[in-house]
Write a protein that binds this ligand. Structure first.
Ligand code: SF4
Length: 91
């Protein structure tokens, strides 16, 4: 995809997250559920709902398509993606 936007930052809106867990199934190296059944982002050393810089992800090999698919799989659109200029890519 030539015009694929680069994902630079990921944020989970914990107020929107209902713990449906489809993001975890789609990208289990990037997302997991915490004790409150809210999605957190797996970062190097820590896990939180972000904002998470792409370079801080535990999984440095994960592709943009996988992260986007995870965000698109969220029934409440709780996962927000931003490009390097800070522009919102999704939703
Ligand atoms: S898919 Fe959405 S609602 Fe479900 S755990 Fe992930 S962020 Fe939360």
């Amino acid at each position: 995809m030539a015009d694929e936007k680069k994902i630079a930052k990921i944020v989970v809106d914990r107020n929107l997250c209902i713990g449906a867990s489809t993001c975890v199934i789609t990208a289990n190296t990037v997302f997991e559920l915490d004790a409150e059944n809210k999605a957190v982002i797996k970062l190097q050393g820590v896990k939180n709902s972000g904002p998470a810089e792409r370079g801080s992800l535990e999984d440095q090999q994960v592709g943009d398509a996988t992260i986007l698919a995870a965000a698109q799989s969220c029934p409440t659109r709780a996962i927000f993606l931003y490009d390097e200029a800070g522009k919102q890519i999704y939703p």
